[in-house]
Design a protein around this ligand. Structure first.
Ligand SMILES: [Zn+2]
Length: 86
């Protein structure tokens, strides 16, 4: 899935799950921006890790357009990215 398609899916998920426009907890505005999904590297490999790639936690950063506050959504939990397999 390309970044633009991911961003569209994140916005669709927010529209269907957040109440209202979802006000920013820092500044009170509701002008959120989504651009891409990123992967945060885990600092330790879980004992049950079976994949061959480096363990990562994929998240969708949602940025407040007024103050820059960032919320991370779990990209797998919201269905934007599938959990990789072996
Ligand atoms: Zn804000």
């Amino acid at each position: 899935m390309d970044p633009k398609e991911q961003a569209t899916k994140v916005k669709e998920w927010i529209d269907s799950h957040w109440r209202g426009r979802g006000r920013c907890p820092r500044c009170g505005e509701g002008n959120w921006t989504v651009k891409y999904v990123v992967s945060l590297p885990l600092t330790a490999v879980p004992a049950d890790w079976t994949r061959t790639d480096h363990p990562v936690f994929p998240v969708a950063p949602v940025v407040c357009g007024k103050c820059g506050y960032v919320i991370f959504l779990d990209a797998i939990a919201i269905g934007v990215q599938r959990a990789a397999e072996g």
